[in-house]
Structures are given as structure tokens and as C-alpha cells.
Design a protein around this ligand. Structure first.
Ligand code: ARG
Ligand code: ZN
Length: 876
């Protein structure tokens, strides 16, 4: 087999032919679906007449081909592995093709496939070419008319994009529906669904008075799990009108839930398709976190209708144009509907753990990559989350009002077009008059910038001098980096007053919270008229996606934890304080020295527990220790066991010292109120459950009894799952096993709950976790063909750090075995699930060697382009 070849951004050429209208007819059959396509094609005026017509197509069986009604002779076209070329075509013409495809054989879940007897599609990025021959690229936009034909009994519901315009009976017990989508769209936004589905329906009246019908389509047994998604959809529609003046543009908006889906969801025009895990909720089956995630994803996909669909990407290198902007939009939406500081804390703590790791590893890439082998490998945290951070920086640089004008201009100017990141940033520069040329480096440079900061207070002059040095480490293919434009929000907190001090810079007074702009490699800022010695509060709200170092002492951090006016930085000070203690303990563990708990951390936590707070959700975050993954991210070389031991020690020390406080917190936040996924309740539950986790850390009788009771009360999934997890992760297997068994039996019928049941068991720190994974892979509810199951069992196990990184290499071997199987079944999922192995450089011997050996073993297989690209980078 020849090596997969990369595609380069610099090779971009506009298409020679455009499709003005696309007519499709699907005659559905599991092994032989017939797809007829009639494309209305036109040569672009600037292309010379001789240009051949090139269409993408994979895994298609061509049955017929004609131009303007004339069947083509075999020498008039050529078929290749990747498509179809017609040598000579007129300036404007109709192309008719007929192909056969086999949905039931499609385990990659790209293109048209079957999930639980239901037909559905996933076309982004390049799945449409597995449906029919087509210029499958986002800069070709056409109106679509789609007729779906299927068995009237098995497939009563036939859906596609736009509005239904015709339906009828056909001979042989079949029926059809024809759908019209008047909005020109690229092929990646095409969708088709057919099955025995039931709907819930609601409505929304847009700001200009248009009535939109809203439908959520599910399997019958899930009809009671759609309320929250529907409510979230309506909130999102309202929010986008109020915040961005964006209105929905069809009479019908549909969401469909499917069980087998590679990602979270997909924004197909008028017909969003969702992983059932990203849309279905019920108080008894979904946790608070799941409710919030559903709300965010429903909003995300809805927001794409403008940021993605009406204005789309010229090519896939511009993916962050729609994803970064849309993630920023959904983050703001969730912040507005929940606790804003907690939303920020959760987003940033995930970002600093997972995106930082990606940016420091062998697959690091810029927000706009300049080449790729397989585009599905680039639906990454960098494109999505770092892309969103960069849009957030733009909104802060311009201020909301100007940013909104920039966004209005962007939507107005480029409506119906496929554009680039320059076009987006250009609008922002145009409305604000700002020079954003240096800022553009954020899109082309990979790697996380590191800022080393020093601060000094001059008592005599009443000056505070801040020196900042930025440096972005080399990443694969990018040895040298240029300085970035980094907006740094900060304040100076007076050590006497505990208040933010007024800031004066170069004679200009800037209030008590300001943004300074770092553009050079090294820059000095001297704040004058600083009346008392301050502790600087830097990078407030995580104003830029950077690592910032400052030589804080533990007293400084305890002080900020108490006094910082920025909630995010208060939380961050607590995390930094805990990190200092954890680092000492990691060292102690490695040196075989007795571990001693830092009393300053205990006292800081005691202080937190003693203060009255109105934001319980923020307090819960402050009482939560950095995760093992985050701690690992801070280490030069990761010592898995020392990190685990140190963190357990801190947890137990805090629990022992503050047991009565945690008990009081638990009791105060207990509630029998009917479950609602609303901010106050969620905050209260999270605080109560943090307290319970500490109580269980010392596994005394009372803690165990509280967890057991909470599990047995069966009040809502948040509490049940938390209690069950604590029991299963404890050493009390005698109590855990019956609970686990009861839970598994009670929920055997519900795949989304079984996913949780799988994850809980295989993340336990006890040494039997790996054996459990192997055992559970044969469980009737498990299947390697279902991505949710793979993530719930294998993905979750790879997060179980002490067990995945077993010194006998059995964890690595198990993951590699799964990758090798999935490489054939579902390359996209294979290339994702392999990620932990690619981070081998971060670990000490012998783990490095063991991980590399597994990568080598995978490399020896016949690889899909997806896995090939990742493995080659990891071993480069
Ligand atoms: N555009 C979708 C979203 O962000 C994700 C599409 C994923 N495509 C893929 N091939 N994995 O909402
Ligand atoms: Zn998206």
C-alpha cells in the first residue's frame, strides 16, 4: 500500500465547476441503497474551457452516468480510488449518476450508515463522498432537493434538510418524502435520517415574528428524555437573537438522537444529528454535568446555523473559523445561563489539562494547520478550544460593542459564502481600527506560550515594577517562534487593605483592573502611585491561553485565595497553593521520605469552609484538588504513582483535619426537593458531594454510611452516581459489589446508563481495574462498534492513571489491541483512542519504552490514514 499523502493549505485552488442545484433520490436498502444524483453544474468563468470535471467518491459502485441525458461511454470518464473524472464537459450541464452503497457494512460511521435499524448520515468533513460522486469541498454550495424512499412499515419517518414538500405511497409497501432546502449549502451539511422514530414538538416565534416548528426525534423509549434539550434549544434561539441578532431561517428545526455516533453532534442544516448521549437527559439517568453538557451542545449546534452554515469555511484548514467562534458563543451562552465564574473555571481547568498536553505533544498543530493527512484527526482541542480562546481574546481586545459590530459585518458581508480566518479577523480590524497583524500569529504558531514574570515593589518610590518575558517552545515542524500579542488582565491587591489598588501606568490611570499588552519578547511595566505593597493578581479570567509563572510564596497564594476580587484568580490561587504542597509530597514519595501535610493548605481550606458564600458552585470548585492529569501536566517527567500517592495523601489529610466541617457542609446542603437542573440546585449538590468525597477519603463508618444512604435513596443520577463511584473506588469491595450489581441490573435496558456503569468500574484505583476491562469487553451491553461504549470502557480506563500505566505494560497492550481492531472498524475512533500512548515522552522509563513498543506494534499493521498519521507523528 502506498503511504497516505498530505494535503497542503498552500495548494488551495478555487473549484473549476460549481454546483448550483443538487437533486438526490435515495432508495434505501441495508446492503444496496441506490443513490441517484442530478447535479446542475457550471464552469467558473475564470477557468479555461478544457478543465476536466473532478468529483470525489469513495466506496461507491457506479451503475450509470450521463451528461445532459446522454449516457457516457467508458472512454469519456475514468474511475479512481478516490473519485471520478469526466474528461470533457460543456460550460453548463446536468450530470446524472447512479451508485450503490451498503449502509449496513459501514462501521466507520461516515457517510450513510445504520444505527439500531435506523439510517443516518455523518458527512462532515468528507463523508458525502461515500454517498455519491460530488465536489465534496465546503466552497461548493448548492440548494438541495432530496427524495427518500423506504419501506413504509420499517421506516415510517423519512427526514432530510429543509422543508418537506411532497410525500406519497409507492408500490411494494414503500413510500417517499421529498425535502427542499432553499439555502445553498456545502455537501458536509447534508443529512438524511430514516427509521421508526417518535417526536416531541414545540414552537418558537422569532424576533421578526416567524413561527418555527421545533422537533426532537427519538426512539419511543426515549420520549421522556427530551424536555431539557427542547428547553435548551429555545433558550439558545432566544439568546442568539438577543446577543448577536441572529434569527433562525427555516420553518422547521429538527434534532435526531442516534446511538452510534463518532462525536457529540452535527449541525446539518435544519436537521441536527446528535449522539444520544449529547441530547437525552432524565433526572434518573443523567447527572448535572450531563444536563449542562446537553444544554451547551444543543446551543453549539444551533449557533452553527449562522457561524458555520450561513457563513462557512473555504477549506478545512479554516475549520476553527466556525468551530472556535461557535465554541466561544456556546461558552458565553452557558456562562449566561449558569454560574459564569464556574463555567470559566471548568472550561479553563479542562483546557489547561488537555489542550496544553496536546500543544506540548507530538501532534501539536496551529489553530490553522498548514497540512494534514486526514482531516478528521483535526477535530481537536486546539481547533475548538484554543480557537475559542483566541476569539475570546479578540472580543476582549475590541470590547463587546465593537466585537458585535465586527460580527454583524462578518455575517452580512459573507452571508452565503465560504470564507477564511482572515476574512473574520479582517472584519474585527475594520470595525475597530486595530492592527491585528501580530495577533494573527495565534493562528499560525503552535505551542503554549510561557510567560516568566517578576515583580518588585519599591517602598521609597511607591512603584511596582513588573517584568514579563514570553517564549513559545518549539513544536514539531516549528523550531522558531515569534513573540505573540498577549493581552494580560491584572490587578494589584494591597497586602494591608486586601483591596485592588488603583493602577497608574505612564501617568494614565486605568482603574483597578486592567489589561496590559505584551508584544515583545521582554517588556517592563512600572505602576506608579502604588500606596502599599501588593500581591499581583495576574492573567485574571485566564485572559490568554498561556502558562504564566510568578514566584508566589505560599502566604501570597493564601492571601489571594482570600482577597482576590476576581473569582477565577481566587480559585487559581488555591490551585497553585495546593500544587506547591503536592510537589513537596511528590518529591517526598520519590525519596522515600515520610509525607508531611503543609498546614498552610489545611488552614486555607479551613478558611474557605468558614466563610459564608453566596456562590456555592465556586466554593465547590475551590475545595476540589487539581486532578492527577493536571498535576502530571505540571511535571517535567511524570511519575504516575508519586502523583497518585501525593494527591491521596492531601485528600486524606484535609479530610482528617476538617472532618467536622465537611460533615456540616454535607448536612447543610442535603435536600429532598424535586430534582431540577438549575444553577442553585446544581451548586448545592456539587458542594454536598465534594464534602462527601472528603468524608469517604478516610473511609470511616460514618462516611461509608452516608454514601450508602445516598446511593440507596435513589433521588437523582447526580447523587446516585457520585455515591456509587465513591463506594466502588473505595477499598470496601464488600459494600461496592452489591451496589454495582444492583445498579447494573436495574439499568441493563438503558445504554447511556450502562456507559456510566462501565466507566465507574474501570476508573477505580484498585489493581483489578484492567482485569475488569477485559471481563467487561465480553459483557452483552458492550460493543467495539459503538463509539460511546469504546469511550466509556476503554477511554475511561486510559484515564485511570495508576492502572493504565501499570509497570508490566498490560494497560498499554490492551489499548493497542483495541486500536488495532478499531483501525479496521472505525479509523476515526481508533485515531482518537490512541492519544494516551502518543504522550510517551512525558513518562519515565520503563514506561517510555513500553509505550513506544506498542506504537511500533501498531505501526506494523496495515493502517488507515487516520491511525497512520497519528502513529507516524508519535514515533517521529
Ligand atoms: N461540526 C461538528 C461540531 O462541532 C463536529 C463534526 C465532527 N466531524 C467528524 N468527522 N468527526 O459540532
Ligand atoms: Zn461545532
Amino acid at each position: 500500500m502506498s503511504e497516505p499523502q498530505p494535503t497542503y493549505l498552500s495548494d488551495y485552488r478555487p473549484p473549476a465547476y460549481r454546483v448550483t442545484h443538487t437533486e438526490l433520490t435515495f432508495d434505501l436498502d441495508p446492503s444496496a441503497t441506490r443513490v441517484k444524483a442530478r447535479l446542475h453544474l457550471e464552469r467558473h468563468p475564470e477557468h479555461e474551457p478544457g478543465a476536466a470535471l473532478e468529483l470525489d467518491g469513495e466506496q461507491l459502485t457506479l451503475k450509470a452516468i450521463a451528461i445532459d441525458g446522454q449516457p457516457l461511454d467508458e472512454d469519456e470518464y475514468a474511475l479512481t480510488d478516490t473519485g471520478l473524472r469526466v474528461h470533457r464537459v460543456p460550460q453548463r450541464f446536468l450530470l446524472d449518476t447512479e451508485v450503490n452503497i451498503a449502509p449496513e457494512a459501514n462501521t466507520a460511521l461516515e457517510g450513510l450508515y445504520l444505527s439500531n435499524g435506523m439510517y443516518c448520515t455523518q458527512c462532515e468533513a468528507e463523508g458525502f463522498r461515500r454517498i455519491t460522486y460530488y465536489p465534496d469541498r465546503p466552497d461548493v454550495m448548492a440548494t438541495f432537493s432530496t427524495t427518500v424512499i423506504g419501506d413504509a412499515v420499517q421506516l415510517p419517518i423519512l427526514l432530510s434538510n429543509g422543508n418537506p414538500v411532497e410525500r406519497g405511497e409507492l408500490p411494494g409497501g414503500r413510500h417517499f418524502v421529498t425535502w427542499d432546502d432553499p439555502h445553498p449549502k456545502p455537501s458536509y451539511l447534508f443529512a438524511l435520517v430514516a427509521g421508526d422514530l417518535k417526536k416531541v414538538e414545540d414552537g418558537f416565534t422569532t424576533m421578526s415574528g416567524r413561527d418555527v416548528t421545533l422537533q426532537i426525534w427519538v426512539e419511543e423509549e426515549n420520549l421522556d428524555k427530551t424536555d431539557h434539550a427542547m428547553a435548551s434549544l429555545k433558550r439558545a434561539m432566544q439568546w442568539d437573537e438577543e446577543t448577536y441578532a441572529r434569527e433562525y431561517d427555516l420553518d422547521l428545526f429538527m434534532i435526531v438522537a442516534v446511538n452510534d455516533f463518532n462525536m457529540g453532534a452535527m449541525e446539518n442544516k435544519g436537521l441536527n444529528i446528535f449522539n444520544s448521549a449529547a441530547v437525552l437527559t432524565h433526572p434518573h439517568t443523567a447527572t448535572d454535568a450531563a444536563f449542562q453538557q446537553v444544554e451547551g451542545i444543543v446551543a453549539h449546534e444551533y449557533f452553527h446555523n449562522w457561524s458555520g452554515n450561513r457563513v462557512t469555511c473555504r477549506d478545512w484548514f479554516q475549520l476553527s473559523l466556525k468551530e472556535g467562534f461557535t465554541v466561544f458563543r456556546d461558552q458565553c451562552f452557558s456562562a449566561d445561563t449558569n454560574s459564569a465564574p464556574v463555567k470559566r473555571i471548568q472550561d479553563v481547568s479542562f483546557f489547561r489539562t488537555a489542550q496544553f498536553a496536546e500543544d506540548a505533544g507530538p501532534t501539536a498543530h496551529p489553530i490553522r494547520p498548514d497540512h494534514y493527512i486526514e482531516i478528521t484527526n483535526f477535530y481537536t482541542l486546539t481547533i475548538y478550544e484554543k480557537g475559542a480562546q483566541v476569539v475570546r481574546m479578540l472580543s476582549n481586545l475590541l470590547g463587546w460593542e465593537a466585537f458585535r459590530r465586527g460580527s454583524d459585518l462578518y455575517f452580512e458581508r459573507y452571508d452565503g459564502q465560504a470564507v477564511t480566518i482572515e476574512d473574520f479577523v479582517g472584519c474585527m480590524a475594520e470595525v475597530s481600527g486595530l492592527d491585528l497583524s501580530q495577533f494573527m500569529r495565534w493562528y499560525s504558531q503552535a505551542g503554549t506560550p510561557e510567560i516568566d514574570t517578576q515583580g518588585e515593589y519599591d517602598y521609597a518610590k511607591c512603584e511596582y515594577r513588573l517584568v514579563l518575558r514570553q517564549r513559545t517552545p518549539a513544536t514539531p515542524g516549528q523550531p522558531d517562534k515569534l513573540p505573540l500579542h498577549i493581552p494580560l488582565r491584572l490587578g494589584l491587591v494591597g497586602t494591608k487593605s486586601g483591596r485592588d489598588l488603583p493602577l497608574t501606568l505612564d501617568g494614565e490611570s486605568l482603574g483597578s483592573d486592567t489589561v496590559i499588552h505584551l508584544r515583545e519578547e521582554e517588556q517592563e511595566f512600572v505602576f506608579t502611585d502604588v500606596s502599599e505593597a501588593p500581591v499581583p493578581s495576574l492573567l485574571r479570567g485566564f485572559s490568554a491561553p498561556v502558562k504564566l509563572r510568578f514566584p508566589y510564596g505560599r502566604e501570597d497564594l493564601a492571601f489571594l485565595l482570600q482577597h482576590d476580587s476576581d473569582d477565577f484568580n481566587r480559585w487559581d490561587a488555591g490551585q497553585r497553593l495546593a500544587m506547591l504542597a503536592l510537589e513537596d509530597l511528590i518529591a517526598a514519595h520519590r525519596n522515600g521520605v515520610e509525607k508531611v501535610m503543609d498546614t498552610r493548605v489545611v488552614e486555607a481550606f479551613r478558611g474557605l469552609l468558614a466563610t459564608e458564600t453566596d456562590d456555592k458552585a465556586v466554593l465547590a470548585e475551590m475545595l476540589t484538588l487539581p486532578t492527577e492529569a493536571y498535576i502530571a501536566e505540571q511535571q517535567a517527567l511524570v511519575d504516575v504513582d508519586a502523583i497518585h500517592a501525593a494527591r491521596e495523601f492531601v485528600k486524606q489529610s484535609l479530610a482528617a483535619a476538617l472532618r467536622d466541617d465537611f460533615l456540616r457542609l454535607f448536612e447543610e446542603n442535603r435536600s429532598d426537593a424535586a430534582y431540577a437542573p438549575e444553577p442553585e440546585q446544581i451548586a448545592q449538590r456539587s458542594l454536598k458531594n465534594v464534602a462527601l468525597a472528603y468524608l469517604m477519603a478516610i473511609e470511616d463508618d460514618q462516611g461509608i454510611e452516608l454514601a450508602r444512604t445516598q446511593f440507596a435513596a435513589d433521588h437523582n443520577m447526580t447523587d446516585v452516581r457520585h455515591a456509587l463511584t465513591l463506594l466502588v473506588h473505595s477499598s470496601r469491595t464488600d459494600i461496592a459489589e452489591p451496589a454495582l450489581k444492583a445498579f447494573g441490573e436495574a439499568w441493563a435496558h438503558d445504554p447511556l446508563v450502562m456507559d456510566q456503569w462501565f466507566s465507574i468500574q474501570v476508573t477505580r484505583p484498585q489493581p483489578d481495574a484492567l482485569e475488569r476491562v477485559k471481563f467487561l469487553m465480553d459483557h452483552p451491553a458492550f460493543s467495539l462498534k459503538n463509539p460511546n461504549k469504546v469511550r466509556a470502557l476503554i477511554g475511561a480506563f486510559a484515564q485511570n492513571r495508576v492502572n493504565f500505566h501499570r509497570l508490566d505494560g498490560a494497560g498499554y497492550r490492551l489499548l493497542a489491541d483495541v486500536v488495532i481492531t478499531l483501525n479496521q472498524l472505525n479509523p476515526e475512533i481508533a485515531a482518537r483512542i490512541i492519544t494516551p500512548l502518543t504522550r510517551w515522552q512525558r513518562f519515565e522509563e520503563p514506561r517510555q519504552e513500553l509505550m513506544k513498543a506498542e506504537l511500533e506494534r501498531i505501526r506494523a499493521e496495515e493502517l488507515s490514514p487516520n491511525v497512520y498519521e497519528v502513529v507516524e507523528k508519535a514515533l517521529a
